[in-house]
Design a binder for this molecule. Structure first.
Ligand SMILES: [Zn+2]
Length: 1004
């Protein structure tokens, strides 16, 4: 199933990662591991467990002196992880916890770099570094494939959270949070700050605003309704003092929970944590306000307006959110928590009779049911998007009526039974590059919500499956939703022109403030602004950069496995196999070459693929049966129309239809029966239903992309030079959006014609003579697989077609996209081959230097944008900024990369360059699971990239020298001369520089 709206994913991810991610836990009795009550380096063992699916020994420690908790998850995963989290409910909407999260990573006593998080990411051997603010906790996770570097990184994070420079330097708060700037006495006063920019972007979609409105409505007297990330208008009122007070309240070992994950020597680690940090603290009582909200006497009804630009179409564009909050999760209990999240997932299935009834109502365009369990009282949201605001009462009545119906008729629980099977898939697949992060996040969330990180979710899940016949899910829907008095009906409606009005109001506040300032205050602020930028320009001292690093390049011996790829013909199809050292499980990718389809046919086929992704019946099976069998046999089947590069300089590419899934080796015949049925027999004739549903979901998807348009903008800028991205842009960007709007009308007017077109293109697309079958698995699986291929090819025609000749639309060289938000985006692109710049691993090292020493300091730290980055991918050079506030300035900085490199060369030392090479190397050689690694090699192979090519790329990284910086200064000059760009900004900002653009497109 495709994930639709971004925030729904965060709301349900707890359910997905825990319920499907862990497995039975039993008390560990493994010899050699400590027992409950043992004390090791000041930590007492509180509880032990064994997780059989990940083969992990889990030990929960409590630091005797401070009460700090630390969970060790010890297993054989070499992608190790560390995290620390604090319980941090938000007291208001000022984003204090979020700004603290950013600010503590702005340097510490032991590591006095004012840019520590970027220094760690860009100069050390880590595989992941970030931090997250949730509703009730702030978490700092970091991962590395090297144990020494992980321990060093943990030391950096611990020093950051316990000894941050923030405490003594308010400039860090001003940079990360908010400041008032005055460039010179004549300029206007301006607000600036990274989180301030970030949240303007984050709160810009109506979905995001409606979600926070609904939370406010259902938690009116509780901290659980506060916006933990911060509301821009409230951030403007925040002071440094408030930040420090909140920090002092929460950032104490007694309020902390740590996780150490992977193949680690935890005893040495416990010693370090105790001696370097915890031992100097004593226990402190920290009370967490869980913000319990009492039920209402009657349904609360609230309306809100959402600012959008003048001229925006606002008819039937409201969001209706009917929200229910349960009792505190501790009272609710794990049984009910797991059951309720399961019931919600079932109601949200597009084929549930509940969802079908909502769709029939035409109150809105698309609907979702989601479960948010990041609050202490989990909440359930029923949402209608692009809705008629006058129909909110009707929506409320309908939801209740249909829920009562569901309780009476019973939920379709077949899918739940089959999804137990996904645990089997997980187990067979083993750990991957996300395992460390997932495990740490799940444990932290459960510690935060339940006070117990060792909750064995899967045991509750298995219990639930055995009780489904007792109607537990239906009883819960009755109690927690239908009869629940803690409920609110909210309507958020866009108001055209309010965006500009609000901006003017902010400008007036600033103008009034300046008018009231004495001349000497004005001069002082000008001075302060200049001094602030000077401080911000300071580079991290070389010895600090060196101190972040625990290993050198020579210690890293990641070797790419060179696997033999065998290519044979089976019944007209091309079979490519590679050996993976796994048991039972295999990875399968069926790729149909689509060079014979016209661009229009590609769009129709893409739409067919999206309908399959949204769930369809076939002529042999109901939709439920199809979904069930997919879960049982393949974990999930994903289909897509994409393209692969035809040659190294990206001057040609061709489209493919790809069907991707996992299979167990005793079941290939069965999975082929399912896959061919889905591909060839999905019920296109019911396009009125499946098509309409898919369009509604796609439109909601585009709507959130228009609020966060970085993806659309990068695709368009890259499509200017790259044939590969021209396909990607055509198939997933604005051209496809236009097609969706078009086909919506066609389905309404002449559905038979749409059915005919899709059926024709389906017949034309799937032939045995244009099929590459990619298979990764062990040797016995390979031969079993090969012998069952005719189960698929036997059903495919063998018609031969001429190659289609066409050229896809190319975006303008200098393009503007107008959006409904106050933030801006920049994408600058150039082709390496057209600029006569060779492709080399050295380019990646240079990008790393530019990111850490130029783009981040100038555009993020000084400019106040949320982010800026540059990258070289194959033949494409791309530099971009996001949630920016001054695209003209950012373009100038991006255009000066050549001069910057030239100026940098004399100051660079081999020692410092080594750090940059190390982190480039880590990014270029990620640790992936055995099966995925084998499959990736097949994918490289079909693109004409050999293992030797990849080894060469890594060697080039290792061999980069100072002289290369100078060489690349010349290359960057050529790339800058050849650049094309896409700028995204509100219309006033675009109109102010109209001459910069050949084309202006409004996103809506
Ligand atoms: Zn942030």
């Amino acid at each position: 199933m495709k994930k639709r709206v971004l925030f729904l994913v965060t709301a349900v991810c707890l359910f997905l990662t825990t319920v499907l991610g862990s497995s039975q836990m039993v008390s560990a009795a493994t010899t050699g591991e400590p027992k409950t009550g043992d004390v090791i380096h000041g930590f007492k063992v509180k509880q032990t467990a064994y997780d059989s699916s990940t083969k992990s020994n889990e030990m929960l420690f409590e630091h005797v002196k401070t009460g700090a908790k630390l969970l060790v998850i010890k297993n054989s995963d070499i992608n190790r992880g560390f995290s620390i989290k604090f319980n941090t409910p938000a007291d208001n909407d000022k984003g204090i916890n979020h700004i603290i999260e950013h600010s503590v990573l702005g340097g510490s006593k032991k590591y006095p770099s004012s840019n520590i998080i970027f220094d760690v990411m860009n100069t050390t051997y880590v595989s992941f570094a970030n931090a997250f603010t949730f509703q009730n906790m702030t978490m700092y996770p970091i991962c590395s494939a090297n144990e020494k570097q992980l321990f060093k990184s943990a030391d950096i994070y611990l020093d950051a959270v316990f000894n941050p420079l923030l405490l003594s330097d308010s400039r860090i708060f001003e940079r990360e949070g908010l400041r008032t700037e005055l460039k010179d006495a004549k300029s206007d006063l301006a607000y600036n700050g990274i989180v301030y920019s970030e949240m303007q972007g984050s709160m810009s979609s109506i979905e995001a605003q409606s979600m926070s409105n609904a939370k406010k409505a259902v938690f009116p007297n509780s901290n659980q309704g506060n916006i933990s990330g911060g509301n821009p208008s409230d951030i403007r009122t925040l002071t440094y003092k408030e930040v420090i007070n909140t920090y002092k309240k929460n950032y104490h070992p007694s309020n902390s929970f740590m996780v150490l994950y992977g193949d680690v020597n935890y005893e040495a680690f416990l010693k370090m944590v105790d001696e370097n940090y915890l031992s100097s603290y004593s226990k402190k009582k920290v009370t967490i306000d869980r913000g319990t909200q009492k039920p209402f006497k009657k349904l609360s009804k609230k309306s809100y307006t959402v600012p959008v630009a003048a001229g925006t179409d606002t008819k039937n564009k409201s969001v209706i959110d009917l929200v229910f909050a349960t009792s505190d999760i501790k009272e609710l209990g794990m049984d009910n928590y797991v059951a309720l999240s399961t019931a919600i997932a079932l109601l949200n299935m597009d084929n549930s009779s509940f969802k079908q009834a909502l769709m029939k109502s035409k109150i809105g365009e698309s609907y979702s049911v989601s479960f948010d369990s990041t609050t202490y009282q989990p909440s359930i949201h029923f949402m209608a998007n692009n809705a008629d605001p006058s129909k909110s009462n009707e929506f409320y009545q309908l939801v209740l009526k249909e829920l009562k119906n569901t309780v009476k008729e019973g939920l379709d629980t077949e899918l739940i039974k089959s999804s137990v099977r996904s645990m089997e898939f997980e187990e067979a697949l083993g750990s991957d590059q996300n395992s460390a992060l997932n495990k740490m996040m799940t444990a932290s969330l459960f510690d935060n919500l339940m006070g117990n990180p060792l909750v064995d979710v899967s045991s509750y899940y298995r219990k639930l499956i055995n009780k489904l016949d007792d109607k537990v899910l239906e009883k819960l829907i009755e109690k927690q939703i239908i009869k629940n008095k803690l409920a609110a009906l909210t309507v958020s409606t866009p108001k055209a022109g309010l965006l500009e009005k609000n901006q003017k109001a902010v400008a007036k506040v600033l103008a009034d403030k300046k008018a009231s300032m004495a001349k000497k205050d004005i001069n002082a602020l000008v001075k302060k602004t200049a001094a602030f930028q000077e401080w911000n320009s300071k580079e991290t001292p070389a010895e600090v950069i060196k101190s972040l690093r625990a290993v050198s390049l020579k210690d890293i011996n990641v070797e790419l496995k060179d696997r033999e790829i065998k290519e044979t013909k089976v019944d007209g199809a091309n079979l490519l196999t590679v050996k993976a050292d796994v048991d039972r499980i295999s990875s399968i990718d069926l790729r149909f070459d689509l060079s014979h389809l016209t661009p229009e046919e590609l769009l129709y086929l893409n739409f067919y693929s999206d309908m399959i992704g949204n769930g369809m019946a076939t002529s042999n099976k109901t939709e439920s049966q199809v979904l069930n069998e997919m879960a049982l046999k393949t974990n999930t089947i994903s289909t897509s129309v994409s393209a692969i590069m035809g040659n190294e300089d990206d001057s040609s590419a061709h489209p493919v239809f790809s069907v991707n899934y996992y299979g167990f080796k005793d079941e290939y015949a069965d999975t082929f029966a399912l896959v061919s049925d889905v591909l060839l027999n999905s019920k296109v004739e019911d396009v009125a239903m499946y098509g309409t549903r898919t369009i509604a979901n796609l439109k909601a998807d585009y709507q959130s992309q228009f609020a966060e348009p970085l993806n659309i903008a990068t695709l368009r800028s890259m499509a200017y030079t790259s044939q590969l991205y021209r396909y990607a842009n055509y198939l997933t960007g604005l051209d496809y959006y236009k097609f969706i709007l078009d086909i919506e009308k066609q389905i309404a007017n002449n559905p038979a014609e749409v059915v005919k077109k899709i059926t024709e293109v389906r017949t034309k697309a799937f032939n045995k003579n244009n099929l590459d079958i990619l298979f990764a698995g062990d040797e016995s699986a390979q031969s079993l697989f090969k012998s069952s291929i005719t189960d698929l090819t036997g059903k495919l025609p063998d018609t031969k077609y001429e190659k289609a000749v066409y050229s896809l639309p190319k975006p303008a060289k200098r393009e503007a996209l107008v959006i409904n938000s106050t933030v801006q985006y920049v994408c600058v692109n150039a082709s390496l081959s057209e600029s006569k710049v060779p492709q080399s691993g050295k380019g990646n090292v240079i990008m790393n230097l530019l990111n850490n020493l130029l783009l981040t300091p100038e555009i993020r730290l000084k400019g106040g944008a949320y982010g800026a980055s540059a990258a070289i991918m194959d033949d494409t050079y791309l530099a971009y900024t996001f949630r920016d506030n001054n695209y003209v300035n950012s373009m100038k900085i991006i255009g000066a990369t050549d001069e910057f490199l030239k100026a940098l060369t004399p100051y660079m030392t081999d020692e410092t360059l080594e750090s940059y090479k190390l982190s480039t190397y880590a990014a270029a050689s990620p640790i992936v699971g055995e099966l995925d690694d084998a499959y990736m090699q097949l994918l490289y192979h079909v693109q004409g990239i050999s293992t030797q090519d990849r080894i060469n790329g890594l060697t080039e990284i290792k061999e980069s020298g100072i002289a290369d910086i100078e060489t690349f200064a010349g290359y960057m000059g050529k790339l800058n001369d050849n650049q094309n760009y896409v700028i995204v900004a509100p219309s006033s900002e675009i109109n102010a520089n109209k001459d910069m653009f050949d084309s202006i497109i409004t996103l809506q």
